[in-house]
Ligand binder design. Structure first.
Ligand SMILES: C[S@@+](CC[C@H](N)C(=O)[O-])C[C@H]1O[C@@H](n2cnc3c(N)ncnc32)[C@H](O)[C@@H]1O
Length: 234
């Protein structure tokens, strides 16, 4: 409002009516772009120890050469890179088979996606990541930690507004955390949940934020394991 020289909300409402393009500007101010590597330790521990290995076994037994994952609302890549770090350092060496983890990471915000492509982070972004993984996955220069190139492979960042567009499935794993089920109205949550489930392979896993819940009455997915926010497609 200051920038436009408007002094009250009703003037701003009038401005929105006269300049529909302003909705996009307003919308971009409503995004919370906070993320961290290994955010919610219990969830990433479960991904590392059970969920990724069992999804991999399922993909291999179905004859697939890759495990397909979607990180929705990926922010600056923290979640997608964490998955790739866990995959390459912890899961793949135990599998002893060549299986590609391909991650599609989507976000509406160009600025966070540009940061994701750069792959530079401050100490506070990686503070939850176990020390051994920091050593393996980053090179440090002063206060900046740069993700090593090998962990950026097979991640495709795409600018998409989830209300208008979703990537094509099927996915073995969808992470939609601290986003749709926090910030969107219930009707939109239901609509998007249905679309996500349609994009999950049978037996595929949906992970939402540990403080979030899905709209009641959903029967196509069931809680998986003891960690809150993890569901499996029946
Ligand atoms: C709070 S962050 C969560 C990041 C990450 N998933 C996590 O849990 O750490 C929410 C992300 O959703 C993105 N976002 C907000 N609205 C969106 C939309 N309509 N379509 C796609 N991404 C959106 C924001 O730009 C932001 O990066």
């Amino acid at each position: 409002m200051n920038e436009l020289g408007l002094s009250n909300l009703s003037d701003y409402q009038d401005y929105l009516k006269e300049h529909p393009g302003e909705w996009q500007v307003l919308d971009s101010f409503c995004r919370i772009t906070i993320s961290r590597f290994y955010r919610d330790q219990a969830v990433f521990d479960a991904l590392r120890s059970t969920l990724l290995p069992s999804s991999a076994a399922q993909a291999m037994s179905a004859g697939s050469s890759e495990l397909r994952c979607w990180s929705a609302g990926c922010c600056s890549g923290e979640e997608a890179y964490t998955l790739q770090i866990l995959w390459k350092t912890c899961v793949l060496p135990v599998l002893r088979q060549d299986l590609l983890l391909h991650i599609i990471a989507t976000d509406a915000d160009d600025a966070v996606l540009a940061r994701a492509q750069q792959g530079w982070y401050s100490k506070s972004s990686i503070k939850d990541l176990p020390g051994a993984l920091i050593q393996q996955a980053f090179t440090r220069s002063g206060d900046l930690y740069t993700i090593k190139k090998i962990f950026t492979e097979s991640i495709t960042f795409v600018q998409q507004d989830i209300r208008e567009q979703l990537p094509d499935g099927p996915f073995h794993l969808i992470l939609c955390r601290n986003f749709v089920f926090t910030y969107f109205a219930e009707a939109l949550q239901r609509e998007l949940l249905e679309k996500m489930i349609a994009r999950l392979a049978t037996g595929g896993i949906l992970v939402i934020g540990s403080h979030e819940s899905i709209p009641q009455g959903t029967t196509m997915i069931v809680p998986c394991g003891s960690i809150r926010g993890i569901y499996k497609k029946a």
